[in-house]
Design a protein around this ligand. Structure first.
Ligand code: SF4
Ligand code: SF4
Length: 457
């Protein structure tokens, strides 16, 4: 198996004896983006906090040089909380007794309409694992309903799907029905911890779970998004294992993770945080986000509303490139939120509306983006990575961010956000280096004001 536990533990141990000079040399290498070895990353993970400031700066510079100022916005949509597994950290575990439900297609439509009214264009479809109550056909039906549900100018243009590890045949079905990214968290790469966290369940098969992306890629899904639930095992171990998983996919399929998510363990129904000895404090969390940005510079880093507004704001500086906004983590949660009570999978910490999130991003100089262009232009998998690695992704990311921001401000914004957006765009448009692209964006912004929609490069 490609996650060699002894090797990871050995290099983490050896890295403890790195000298100040060793650390400085690695940081210099990181600045040049010459690629870091596992040993280099291990040294950064073990380095003490004196080096943090410099690491944060390098991570932030790397992110800016690849993706510019755009921050992609999305929302999760929970459609079913039936689950046959017993993951000890999750509110949906089968031992928890509460009324399980899955949305009917009418209810999916209602949720999508609410999300569209918030301005969302990108969703992450979420559900528990239950082959009887929520089989693959149910997921396909939901996908179809989401794409077909439109609401004046509102439409969902990309649906990423987070479903349990499954067969090549099922992944083929998802591919055929226009899945965006296939998302699956390994939860923990540390096998003994994995076994402990997933007792007596389908998900308990570590190797089957670990090779899910191999099967997805074999089925033709070339954008996959990994992740670890930080807090289950040693975070340093997890970061190195994530790197190895990414390399495995690169070697075998020519492309690694499209995105990596950074959920941190939160209190949920039926579990107590005290029984998890590997919880990370804020400093360690920031450090591993920055090191991941340095280690896999071209991969999108996603941060959910599990984290507070302040934490998300800070991590955007060190490498995060996508955030969720206005999220509900309960089944039917968007409608229920309007009515009063949600039954969540876990607690969220940032409860601001998308409008509030966008305003604060604009105040910090970012360009919030609802762009879904790459996937719709066929820039996925290797094609996408080539564009990212050549540095040319910026020429589409920022222009698309400006256009989708304008679209949002016109359709869902208030006077304040329209003004903020116009001011930011006026400044940023002059930073577009290519004359033809700048002119095109200017024309498209005018077209948007006249009522055209969905313009992208
Ligand atoms: Fe089910 Fe997923 Fe929760 Fe595990 S983490 S209990 S598979 S919903
Ligand atoms: Fe994402 Fe591509 Fe749009 Fe950039 S241009 S925000 S990479 S979809």
């Amino acid at each position: 198996m490609f996650i060699d536990h002894e090797y990871i533990e050995r290099i983490l141990d050896e890295a403890k004896s790195a000298t100040k000079e060793d650390i400085q040399n690695i940081l210099e290498k990181a600045k040049k983006r010459n690629g870091l070895s596992h040993e280099d990353i291990a040294v950064l993970l073990q380095a003490d906090d004196k080096n943090l400031k410099e690491m944060y700066k390098i991570a932030g510079d790397i992110k800016n040089s690849i993706y510019g100022k755009r921050v992609v916005i999305f929302a999760p949509l929970y459609v079913s909380n039936y689950c046959v597994n017993n993951c000890v950290y999750c509110g949906y575990q089968r031992c928890n007794s509460f009324k399980r439900r899955k949305l009917t297609q009418e209810e999916v439509k209602d949720e999508v309409k609410i999300l569209e009214k918030m301005g969302h264009k990108r969703l992450a479809l979420e559900l528990g694992e239950d082959p009887v109550n929520a089989p693959i056909d149910y997921v396909l039906e939901c996908l179809d309903t989401i794409y077909k549900t439109q609401n004046s100018n509102g439409e969902i243009r990309r649906v990423n799907v987070n479903i349990a590890a499954t067969t090549v045949e099922n992944y083929r079905k998802l591919k055929k029905d226009n899945i965006g990214t296939y998302i699956l968290f390994q939860e923990t790469y540390h096998k003994p911890t994995y076994d402990k966290m997933h007792p007596k369940s389908i998900k308990g098969d570590y190797n089957y779970h670990l090779t899910a992306f191999d099967r997805a890629m074999e089925a033709g899904i070339d954008d996959v998004g990994g992740g670890v639930l930080f807090g289950l095992s040693d975070p340093k171990f997890e970061v190195l294992a994530l790197m190895m998983h990414n390399e495995h996919l690169e070697e075998k399929f020519g492309v690694g993770f499209h995105t990596v998510s950074f959920p941190r363990l939160k209190k949920a129904k039926g579990m107590d945080l005290e029984s998890f000895p590997n919880l990370l404090d804020d400093n360690m969390f920031k450090k591993i986000v920055a090191i991941t940005r340095i280690a896999i510079p071209f991969t999108g880093i996603i941060m959910s509303t599990r984290e507070s507004a302040e934490m998300r704001r800070e991590l955007l500086k060190y490498g995060v490139s996508q955030v969720s906004a206005g999220s509900s983590t309960g089944v039917g949660g968007y409608k229920e939120r309007e009515e009063g009570k949600e039954d969540e999978q876990f607690k969220t910490s940032d409860e601001r509306t998308p409008l509030e999130v966008l305003k604060s991003l604009l105040d910090d100089g970012y360009i919030p983006s609802y762009c879904t262009a790459c996937y719709r232009k066929g820039r996925t998998g290797e094609r996408f990575m080539k564009l990212a690695k050549s540095g040319n992704i910026q020429y589409v990311c920022e222009p698309n961010a400006m256009m989708t921001l304008m679209e949002f401000a016109l359709d869902y914004g208030d006077k304040e956000i329209l003004e903020k957006s116009e001011t930011l765009i006026k400044n940023e448009i002059n930073n577009i280096k290519r004359d033809d692209v700048r002119e095109l964006v200017k024309n498209n912004l005018e077209k948007l004001k006249k009522g055209e929609r969905d313009l992208y490069l």
